[in-house]
Unconditional design. Structure first.
Length: 482
C-alpha cells in the first residue's frame, strides 16, 4: 500500500509540474535590441521566397530574415528557416473550421481531395480553428506519415474518452483539485499521445515541415476577446520560444470551448512581472479561420507597397474554406418530454450552432465587402454574396483589382447533391455531433461526403484553379512578379 501511495504522489507531482509549458526565448537581462526572434514555419509574414532572377539566390527582406536588432553572432546561433523556392504569383490559403472530430475528419478528407487535384503543394498558408487544428497540425508535421490510412485511424481516435478515463484516475483528480492542472491538460495529453509523438519525441513547432504551407493555429485571448495566432510574431511579443512549444497544447488551446474546457495559459516572459495570456477556442472570434488568411494576404501586399517593391502576389489570391458546420439536430423528436439535462443540452446546441453558422455566413460576407474595390456598387456586392451562398464559389477583385477566388467547401452542401450513397445520407451527416469522439461509421461518412462534394460540385472549379497555379509556377520568377 505504501508503494501505491508513493507512486500516486509521484504521479501527482509529475502532472502538476507539467502545467506550464511555454518557456522564455531570451533571458530577462538581454537588451531589447539584442533579442532574437522566433523563426519557425508558423509565421504571419513569412516570405514565400521568389528566386532572384539575377543569380537564383533567395530574396529575403531584412524584416523576414535576421530579427531586427539581433547581433549576427546571436542570429547565426539559431537554425535558419529553409525557404521554398517555388513562386507562382498566387496567394493560396486554406482555412479549416471548428467542429470537433467531425471537422478533423471532414477537413482531412477534403485535404486529400485537394492533394489529389494537385493544389496542396501550392498552398502557402493553412489556418485552422478548434477541431480543424488537429488536421492542420498533422498535415504540417507528419511528412511521409501523412497518408489516408494513418489520418483515418488517428483522427477518429476517441479523445474525449481518454479525457474521461484520465479524469477518473485518483492522482489526476487530486492534481485537478489542488493545482493548475486542468481539463485542457488532459486533452493535450491525449492529443500528444495519439497525434503528436514520433519515435518517442513530442512534436513541437520546431518540427514543422520545412516547406509549404505555413501553419497558423487560431485561438481566442480570453481577456481581450481578440484572435491569438500561434506564430512567430505572437510569441515574440511574449518573449517565448515557439520552437519548443508542444503542438498538442496549441491544438488544445484552439479547441478549448469555454465552460466545457479550461483555458490554456501562456506565461508572458517579456516582463519580470507575472503576466499571462489565457486562451480559449478560436471559434469564439472566427469559426472558419479565414479572417487570418485574408489579413495575412493584405499585410503582404501592404508591406511590399510600403517597401516600394513588386507585389508578391500579382495574380491575386485563392482562398479555400473547409467548413464542417452542420444544422442542429438534438434528436429529441421521439420523446414526449425531456429532462432538465436534455433540455439544457438541446438548448445549448441550438444556440451555439445557430450562432456559429450565422457568424460564419457574416464572416464570408464581410470579406467580400472589406476587400472589394471602392468602385464596386452595392448591387455587385449583393450578387457576389449571393453567388458564394448559392454556389459555394465566387470570383471577385481586391482593392487593387487583383482577382480573388473563394471556394466554400461546406459539409451542409452535401444534401444538395443528386447522387448520394443512400436516402438520408445528408441527415446522417447532420447528426454527427460536435465532440471529440466519433463513431467509425460516421468518420467513414465524412470521407464519403468530401469525395462526393468535390466530384459532383467543385471539381471543375478546383481543376481550373490548379491548372492556373501550375501554369504560373512554371514561368520564370521575374515574370511572376511583374
Amino acid at each position: 500500500m505504501s508503494y501505491i501511495k508513493f507512486a500516486a504522489a509521484v504521479s501527482v507531482a509529475a502532472v502538476i509540474g507539467c502545467s506550464n509549458v511555454n518557456v522564455p526565448l531570451n533571458g530577462p537581462a538581454v537588451a531589447l535590441e539584442d533579442r532574437v526572434g522566433n523563426q519557425t514555419r508558423a509565421a504571419l509574414h513569412a516570405q514565400i521566397a521568389p528566386l532572384d532572377a539575377r543569380g537564383g539566390t533567395v530574396v529575403r527582406p531584412r524584416r523576414w530574415g535576421r530579427p531586427l536588432g539581433a547581433s549576427a553572432e546571436v542570429a547565426a546561433s539559431r537554425p535558419a528557416v529553409k525557404e521554398d523556392p517555388r513562386h507562382d504569383g498566387y496567394f493560396v490559403g486554406v482555412a479549416i473550421s471548428g467542429g470537433g472530430s467531425r471537422s478533423a475528419n471532414f477537413s482531412a478528407a477534403c485535404l486529400f481531395q485537394l492533394q489529389r487535384i494537385g493544389l496542396m503543394e501550392h498552398v502557402d498558408y493553412l489556418s485552422s480553428v478548434s477541431g480543424g487544428s488537429l488536421t492542420a497540425a498533422c498535415y504540417c508535421l507528419w511528412g511521409d506519415q501523412w497518408n489516408l490510412a494513418n489520418a483515418q485511424a488517428k483522427l477518429s481516435h476517441s479523445f474525449a474518452t481518454d479525457m474521461i478515463v484520465d479524469f477518473l484516475m485518483p492522482w489526476n483528480m487530486v492534481a485537478l483539485g489542488i493545482s493548475d492542472y486542468d481539463r485542457s491538460d488532459l486533452l493535450a495529453k491525449s492529443l500528444r499521445k495519439t497525434l503528436f509523438t514520433q519515435d518517442g519525441h513530442e512534436l513541437t513547432f520546431g518540427d514543422l515541415r520545412n516547406d509549404r504551407p505555413h501553419l497558423l493555429i487560431n485561438a481566442t485571448d480570453l481577456q481581450s476577446g481578440r484572435r491569438f495566432v500561434f506564430c512567430n510574431e505572437s510569441f515574440d511579443e511574449i518573449n517565448s520560444d515557439l520552437a519548443k512549444y508542444p503542438m498538442a497544447y496549441a491544438v488544445a488551446a484552439s479547441s478549448a470551448v469555454p465552460v466545457v474546457m479550461h483555458q490554456v495559459t501562456l506565461r508572458d516572459y517579456s516582463t519580470i512581472f507575472k503576466q499571462y495570456r489565457h486562451l480559449v477556442d478560436g471559434g469564439v472570434v472566427d469559426n472558419l479561420g479565414v479572417q487570418t488568411l485574408a489579413e495575412v494576404y493584405e499585410a503582404h501586399l501592404r508591406d511590399a507597397e510600403d517597401a516600394g517593391g513588386p507585389s508578391p502576389y500579382p495574380r491575386g489570391a485563392v482562398l479555400i474554406v473547409i467548413d464542417a458546420a452542420t444544422n442542429n439536430d438534438s434528436q429529441i423528436s421521439s420523446k414526449s418530454d425531456t429532462g432538465i439535462l436534455e433540455t439544457l443540452q438541446a438548448g445549448a446546441g441550438v444556440a451555439t450552432r445557430n450562432l456559429l453558422n450565422r457568424s460564419s455566413t457574416a464572416t464570408l460576407a464581410e470579406m467580400i465587402v472589406k476587400y472589394s474595390p471602392d468602385t464596386v456598387d452595392a448591387k455587385t456586392l449583393r450578387q457576389q454574396m449571393w453567388a458564394l451562398q448559392r454556389d459555394g464559389y465566387v470570383e471577385m477583385r481586391d482593392r487593387d483589382g487583383r482577382p480573388v477566388r473563394i471556394v466554400h467547401l461546406s459539409i451542409s452542401r452535401v444534401a444538395e447533391l443528386s447522387k448520394l450513397p443512400f436516402h438520408g445520407f445528408g441527415e446522417s451527416l447532420n447528426n454527427i455531433q460536435t465532440y471529440f469522439n466519433i463513431d467509425p461509421t460516421e468518420a467513414y461518412y465524412l470521407y464519403q461526403a468530401a469525395d462526393l462534394l468535390v466530384e459532383q460540385k467543385f471539381k471543375p472549379v478546383l481543376d481550373r484553379i490548379a491548372e492556373d497555379v501550375r501554369a504560373a509556377s512554371t514561368q520564370p520568377a521575374s515574370e511572376g512578379q511583374r
